[in-house]
Design a protein around this ligand. Structure first.
Ligand SMILES: *Cc1c(COP(=O)(O)O)cnc(C)c1O
Length: 513
């Protein structure tokens, strides 16, 4: 990618696209382009140089002129594209594009609340403020303010995690994948780990249990079958080389029908009889009982520890609603071994997410307020009727913006929690369905609409299903963030290039549309 200016989805130099049929004498030649220095001396560029300095502006100018030169050589450059005012404007656009962050806030209207591709959990406002306050200067990341000596970063959250899960000890790492690798490596390196064939999960982004075991340097011993595993299966596999029994939460799939799995309580009894530790990878792991909020129950670390697990691992940015983190809670002995394992240093949490994790965990100290204070829980518990009312309120403006080529309607939708939590449960939701009026070219029209939504200053991400673009409004907490962009969407749709179906508008269709 070069710095060729493309701002907000609009080509910066539409005049450069000469029609194929233009006679050769109407095209610019490479020699018509100014030198870099000449462009930089242009008055309109002076302000750019003043604001951003020579290095960036001159670099972008070089890239711009090289691109134009290549176009001219290819016989594809209109004379207007070599004129200084146009070049200055293109240079400004190129500089702005270059400086604009690639990571941007978007509107998640996919209906999936914890969307891995969209950054998973949204942090609470007080959490963001705490991160800002703690990061704006030095902090006591590893400094004991009481004693005045070296401290341990784990202690910032350990007591909180213990009180929220009932664990004796806790430690934290970069993410749950790291927590699992570290746990297995610390407890079972060069030894065997027994796991059910029904739990050999693959989580998106190349986390596959067999590979994780190998990466941790442990030998995986699979027992049972895909649908049924019994406690005797584990028992028969225990040898002198066994170091760990492992349970893995099947976060993103459900085995249904003739099934049987051994729960943690039964496995813990077996592990104790053989003097082995039992670890459970919960994946999401909610710190509260979601059933109390009218949601499907998701296993909690507290339950698993009470059942007798020595170690439980879970994510910070799934149902917990915090930053990316891997949480390891359990017995003093097991967590102590994990903390002392050398790999821990390589996987440790950085101060930014650690500050966010601590502030998020503190929200759990006021459980009565949690459904308001924690965005993840607030979004998950948002009543469908309220979302429906929001859709009704936004409908006229959305319909106006997408007209005349599309129709919009309020629809009932089924959302999901996401990020491998409760894969089969659906969240009753509501939103807007935007459908092309004409059946012909509908696929292209929908793709164009989705692209126009993504090209907005705050990109809007919906989903395409059943010949419509669906905007699930569960996660739209500030309607103005969508409403304020609708005029821009209307302009983009009015000016777009994919156009109405060729061969004339309003073809009578035999199919309902
Ligand atoms: C999500 C998940 C992981 C990976 O957690 P990250 O925080 O994404 O690294 C591991 N195991 C299970 C069961 C999961 O659901």
């Amino acid at each position: 990618m070069t710095g060729i200016a493309v701002v907000r989805g609009m080509p910066a130099v539409p005049e450069a696209q000469a029609p194929d049929t233009a006679p050769a004498r109407d095209l610019a030649q490479p020699k018509d382009l100014p030198a870099v220095d000449r462009l930089l001396r242009e008055p309109a560029v002076a302000a750019l140089l003043e604001q951003h300095g020579h290095a960036l502006v001159a670099g972008e100018a070089r890239t711009l002129l090289e691109a134009r030169r290549a176009e001219a050589k290819a016989g594809a450059l209109a004379p207007a594209a070599v004129a200084l005012p146009g070049l200055a404007a293109a240079l400004q656009a190129a500089v702005e594009t270059r400086l604009a962050p690639r990571m941007r806030a978007v509107l998640n209207l996919t209906g999936t609340v914890i969307h891995t591709n969209l950054g998973r959990a949204v942090l609470a406002e007080p959490v963001l403020q705490h991160v800002l306050a703690a990061m704006s200067g030095p902090n006591n990341l590893e400094y004991d303010l009481a004693g005045g000596g070296r401290g341990d970063r784990d202690t910032l959250v350990e007591e909180l995690l213990c009180s929220l899960t009932g664990a004796e000890a806790a430690t934290v790492v970069n993410n749950n994948a790291a927590a699992v690798v570290l746990t297995i490596a610390a407890l079972a390196r060069r030894k065997e780990v027994i796991v059910s064939r029904g739990e050999l999960v693959e989580i998106g982004g190349a986390f596959r249990m067999p590979d994780v075991m190998a990466a941790a340097g442990a030998r995986m011993v699979e027992v049972g079958t895909t649908n049924r595993t019994h406690v005797q299966d584990y028992e028969r596999a225990i040898t002198a080389r066994t170091a760990l029994l492992m349970k893995v939460h099947t976060s993103n799939y459900a085995v249904q029908g003739f099934t049987s799995a051994v729960d943690e309580a039964e496995l813990a009894a077996l592990a104790r009889r053989h003097g082995l530790p039992l670890a459970s990878d919960l994946g999401s792991g909610s710190l509260v009982d979601l059933a109390a909020y009218g949601l499907p129950h998701e296993p909690t670390p507290r339950e698993k520890l009470q059942a007798g697990c020595d170690v439980v691992t879970f994510s910070g940015d799934k149902l917990l609603g915090g930053p990316q983190a891997g949480l390891i809670v359990g017995s003093r002995q097991a967590v102590g071994r994990i903390r002392k394992f050398p790999l821990k240093r390589a996987l440790r949490m950085s101060k930014l997410p650690l500050a966010a994790l601590e502030a998020t965990l503190r929200l759990y100290l006021r459980p009565e307020r949690l459904a308001q204070d924690l965005p993840t829980l607030r979004l998950l518990t948002r009543p469908a009727a309220q979302i429906h009312a929001l859709a009704t309120q936004l409908l006229p403006a959305v319909a106006a913006a997408v007209a005349p080529r599309f129709d919009a309607a309020v629809v009932e939708l089924q959302g999901q929690i996401g990020s491998g939590s409760l894969p089969v449960d659906r969240l009753p939701s509501a939103g807007l369905a935007i459908a092309p009026r004409h059946k012909r070219g509908a696929g292209r029209a929908l793709d164009g609409l989705a692209a126009a939504l993504r090209a907005l200053p705050r990109p809007v991400i919906g989903r395409i299903a059943a010949d419509s673009l669906l905007l699930d409004l569960r996660c739209l907490e500030q309607p103005a963030q969508l409403a304020d962009q609708l005029p821009m969407l209307g302009q983009a749709l009015g000016a777009d290039t994919y156009g109405p179906p060729r061969g004339g508008a309003a073809q009578p269709s035999t199919e309902p549309c």
